[in-house]
Ligand binder design. Structure first.
Ligand code: ADP
Ligand code: ADP
Ligand code: ZN
Length: 215
């Protein structure tokens, strides 16, 4: 049983590390952003609602997100643990998550806070490219695919997320500082958070995270 949360600003590398962590520990990767993007693609009501906020770089309202995240945690494949990426993002979401564990008797084993400064976040987000088919993430200069615009994993087409424009990116970092950063202190009080330098390179970040998990 391993219940993990990945915290950190947009562009810190949560999604990139999540792919490696889910394979190593064999736990499902739960990204609320991915759930919303899937719903947008499928044209559901949830997708339409979420898109209004995502395109502006705002958070989707708590009353929409919380139900979806908790319902996902109740699914059978989370019984042996899970990796939450991008949830919780507000103190209210974190409180509701704690309440869920009070009800079910589980707990968060570790909150992994990936730390990266603003200039690097902007550089990463404006150069991020994502595979249309499998969701693999690249960076145009930092982590390029072997063939320009083509996914190494599946041959799918790479695209730029509509919320990765320079204007939306600064707003998302601002929103993070105001609404999500307070969670660092929130989990410090609970005593189950570690801070990981997210600028040391993909493999070093991964090994720092796994050392903390296994400490
Ligand atoms: P998040 O899920 O936290 O928003 P991503 O994992 O999508 O972040 O990464 C954001 C961008 O930064 C992507 O373009 C990714 O390729 C790149 N990136 C991820 N980890 C690193 C790293 N350790 N060093 C440099 N660039 C990275
Ligand atoms: P990133 O890690 O690059 O910030 P995500 O894929 O985690 O991107 O999130 C993309 C967008 O989806 C966010 O900017 C926000 O609008 C919405 N979103 C995702 N998770 C949440 C959440 N827990 N609460 C509110 N909005 C969320
Ligand atoms: Zn792909």
């Amino acid at each position: 049983m391993l219940n993990l949360i990945l915290l950190g600003p947009p562009g810190a590398g949560k999604g990139t590390q999540a792919v490696k962590l889910k394979d190593k520990y064999n736990i499902p990767h739960i990204s609320t952003g991915d759930i919303f993007r899937k719903n947008i693609k499928e044209g559901t009501e949830l997708g339409k609602k979420a898109k209004e906020y995502m395109d502006k770089g705002e958070l989707v309202p708590d009353e929409v997100v919380i139900g979806i995240a908790i319902a996902r945690l109740r699914e059978g494949d989370c019984g042996g643990g899970f990796l939450l990426d991008g949830f919780p993002r507000t103190v209210h979401q974190a409180d509701e998550l704690s309440r869920h564990f009070e009800d079910t008797g589980g707990k968060i084993d570790l909150v992994i806070d990936i730390v990266v400064g603003k200039d690097e976040l902007v550089r990463r987000l404006s150069g991020r490219r994502v595979c249309k088919s499998c969701g693999a993430t690249y960076h145009v200069t930092g982590m390029p695919s072997k063939v320009d615009g083509v996914c190494d994993e599946c041959g799918g087409e790479l695209f730029q997320r509509t919320d990765d424009t320079e204007e939306t990116v600064s707003n998302r970092i601002e929103v993070y500082n105001q609404q999500t950063k307070p969670l660092v202190e929130y989990y410090e009080k609970k005593g189950n958070i570690v801070h990981i330098d997210g600028t040391t390179g993909l493999e070093n970040v991964f090994s720092d995270i796994t050392k903390s998990i296994e400490a």
